[in-house]
Design a protein around this ligand. Structure first.
Ligand SMILES: C[S@@+](CC[C@H](N)C(=O)[O-])C[C@H]1O[C@@H](n2cnc3c(N)ncnc32)[C@H](O)[C@@H]1O
Length: 206
């Protein structure tokens, strides 16, 4: 068990919302949802001690940028240390809700993927919807928002996305739903579902 993770959970139980980081199996299944050949900008909400970030950084291209939004200052310091030699990774010790401002500040148009580990299910409804709207706005056409959560309740709120597909990952404590939401495309009349859903097949539908 990560000592830092457990310490931060004791300090802010509702914000951290878990006593252990994601399992290797969950991390791999989430990363498998990303087409790393095509991804140039990836954002991650709530990386914690960085278990998903390390896998994403390991798989992503040299010209891809990874923006990590972490509210907790101790996790953020640790992430800065871990990625101090990787210029592709930017650690932002701030709320994920600031993503659009941060993109603008950095001259980035949009994200290809946004991966979220923040506890959406315990956010108040107005905060949840605002963050969903900002996430949708920050994605490129056809871009994907990938979340892993104990419940699948976000699906009912995320109606602004064109497509959603879930699977259940039992190999995590606790087991998690992984859901991929897709923003509508503007691609020469081609359906992104033809491009994406056939390329990354779901393992186990839920
Ligand atoms: C359940 S932990 C997940 C950690 C890690 N992604 C993993 O899978 O092990 C949730 C993380 O989200 C962070 N967090 C919660 N709300 C956030 C927000 N609005 N913006 C950025 N980070 C947030 C917490 O500080 C915590 O590190």
């Amino acid at each position: 068990m990560s000592a830092l993770f457990f310490k931060r959970f004791l300090k802010r139980p509702f914000q951290i919302a878990s006593i252990v980081p994601s399992s290797k199996a969950l991390v791999e299944r989430v990363a498998d949802k990303i087409d790393f050949d095509g991804a140039r900008v990836i954002a991650e909400y709530g990386p914690g001690e960085g278990v998903h970030s390390r896998e994403i950084a390991r798989r992503m291209r040299r010209d891809c940028q990874l923006l990590l939004f972490e509210l907790d200052p101790a996790f953020s310091r640790d992430l800065q240390r871990q990625f101090s030699h990787d210029a592709r990774v930017h650690v932002i010790n701030d709320n994920a809700a600031r993503l659009l401002l941060e993109l603008r500040r950095r001259g980035i148009d949009a994200c290809d993927y946004i991966v979220s580990g923040i506890p959406f299910s315990i956010l108040k409804i107005d905060k949840k919807r605002t963050l969903l709207q900002k996430t949708h706005d920050a994605l490129a056409s056809g871009g994907r928002f990938i979340i892993y959560q104990v419940t699948n309740e976000l699906k009912q709120h995320a109606t602004l996305f064109q497509h959603a597909e879930s699977e259940y990952c039992l190999q995590n404590i606790p087991p998690m739903f992984i859901t991929v939401f897709q923003k509508a495309p503007s691609l020469n009349g081609r359906e992104p579902s033809e491009l994406y859903w056939t390329r990354v097949p779901a393992r186990q539908s839920a």
